[in-house]
Design a protein around this ligand. Sequence first.
Ligand SMILES: [Zn+2]
Length: 280
Amino acid sequence: MKLQSKRSLLTAAMVLGLGVAAVQSAQALTIVLDFVPGATTDINGVGTLSESFASWGFTGLDLAGVRAATLTAVNKDYLQYPTFGSNALSPLPNGKELNINFSLSNGLTGPGNGDSEWYYMAIGDANPNQGFLGQACLSCVRNSSGVASVANGSIFGSTLTDSISGLLGLASNDTQRINLLAGTVAHEIGHSLTLLHPTSALANPGDSLYSVMATGASPTSMPNAERVKDRAFAYSEFSSLIQSVGLRNVSAVPEPSSYLMLALGLAVLALRSRKAGQAR
Ligand SMILES: [Zn+2]
């Protein structure tokens, strides 16, 4: 009995181990959010310098926290979209997610996650200053047929923190400050994956009537106050992302830390059952 349960526990550990290996060797597309360490120029000639965020008024986030929160927000927009099962308007089937990953960098160091295809979104202080919040090449990372037209490792766009900081007066807490920044990051990446500016507010599962791809200029004419909200891609925009990026199965694999805790727990259990056997 004890031996049996020990065996099944070990089998479970082996299955989980295989699952972890599969995630590490996944060959997905990675967009690297590059908080530039120094003078950087993207493929359209837009330059950026390092941004410390010291003047942004964050109260509970240091520089590493700002970067991590930006990654979390972008991951939410692309990889935590509601599925059809929880929202009948969603084009995302149950058990599926976009076949894309996001990571952080501080320079052109690659994604470090095992993916062999990656592109950089530069995030920094515009050099020289520009009259826009960010920019990216249209459909260059993926067109509607799922094909890239820029070289692997390209800096395909820039998010300009000095321009965005002009909107900080609209934000009253760290969440809203991150929404200002991450909203532009997610928007510019969306352009590189075929998305255009909508002509109006569009149905979406977020906190605003306006989607991530809305713009303050024509044709959307979104009020700037919407930018501090946690906006989401419109259902129609997410359909286009499914077309350009493709889907993968959502894998129910625990985080490395919980996997480690489970392995430790199994080791303790195995030791205990051995001791129990000896006592008998
Ligand atoms: Zn745009």
